[in-house]
Design a protein. Structure first.
Length: 335
């Protein structure tokens, strides 16, 4: 789940300040243009088409729900929720999907299927960014997870750059300060960080993502001391048996990887969060307090809180109005 920094003289600082103010103004104005039922007149069947395709396909491959939710995260955290993660590379630019953090992304073909169905109903009307946002929500709902509001009206971006994904996405090796900065830069707070990390209650990861934690944490063949030793021993004995295992899959939330529940947070408190970024949540007092509050509450409360954070995330630097375009195909810009 990366850090940027500024340097320079007073003039540079003033320029940065002006840029921040301008960005804030842009964010407020574009968020205001998103609305529930944006396609009610221009494509009234759009959201039903998306939902029905999800209901038809996802129950047979429930693991895809986590993949589609992750795809939405990775889109919004780079350039905002503009479907830039869906674009293919061009002869001059390597796209976001080729960046290391995105090589394990899945669900592109399903997004293409849904987009084609919507395009057949209403050509050039519904953006790929909105399709992705709706599919992510509906996929979680159909597997028994929470729902949240998805106001629409996003337009698709025209640019996708691999280096931006590499630098902008939170890494699984991130410590808390790095995570907090990444989220804060996108106007997401510590509570949002904790709640959105809760999406790790579903899905899987590869052994390669935690290899260093198990076998070579500081470069001398050691193990991450923040990882529960019994859990680590079990992973090494039964799952990630070698340091170079890049194929074996691990449950993010052992025992309930297809169930959207609170057990992920219990694992974090037991020092059994799979990633360093999971473990990092327990190193901050505010994050820890939020986790304990969620565990003391009901599943319904978690769902409601998660929904609010998802709604915030879905509005990050959206492209609306006459900016961007409505792509005919999600993987390429219009010719």
């Amino acid at each position: 789940m990366a850090v940027s920094h500024y340097g320079g003289n007073i003039a540079g600082a003033v320029a940065v300040l002006i840029g921040v103010v301008a960005l804030a103004s842009m964010t407020v104005s574009t968020e205001a243009q998103l609305q529930l039922g944006f396609y009610a007149k221009s494509c009234p069947k759009a959201e039903d088409i998306v939902r029905k395709l999800v209901e038809r396909h996802i129950p047979s491959v429930p693991s895809l729900a986590a993949a589609l939710l992750r795809l939405h995260f990775h889109d919004c955290f780079v350039r905002g929720c503009d479907a830039s993660v869906l674009l293919n590379s061009t002869s001059s630019t390597q796209a976001e999907k080729t960046a290391a953090p995105n090589l394990s992304l899945r669900g592109f073909s399903f997004i293409d299927t849904v987009k084609a169905a919507v395009e057949a109903e209403c050509p050039g009307t519904v953006s790929c960014a909105d399709v992705l946002a709706l599919v992510a929500r509906d996929s979680v709902v159909v597997t028994g997870g929470p729902t949240w509001k998805v106001p629409t009206g996003r337009r698709d971006g025209l640019v996708s750059i691999a280096s931006e994904a590499l630098n902008g996405l939170p890494a699984p090796t991130s410590n808390f300060s790095s995570l907090q900065k990444t989220f804060s830069d996108l106007e997401l707070d510590v509570k949002d960080l904790v709640l959105l990390s809760g999406a790790h209650t579903i899905g899987v990861a590869h052994c390669s993502t935690i290899s260093n934690r198990l076998y070579n944490f500081t470069g001398v063949g050691d193990q991450d001391p923040t990882l529960d030793s019994a859990y680590a021993a079990n992973l090494k004995a039964k799952k990630c048996k070698t340091q170079n295992d890049s194929t074996t899959l691990l449950e993010m939330d052992p025992g309930s990887r297809n169930t959207f529940d609170l057990s992920y947070y219990s694992y974090v408190l037991k020092r059994r969060g799979l990633f360093q970024s999971d473990s990092a949540l327990a190193t901050d007092s505010a994050a820890l307090s939020t986790i304990k509050g969620l565990l003391a509450g009901t599943l319904e409360n978690f769902y409601a809180e998660f929904a609010l954070s998802m709604e915030k995330m879905g509005k990050i630097n959206v492209t609306t109005g006459s900016t961007g375009e409505i792509r005919k195909q999600c993987a390429v810009v219009n010719s």
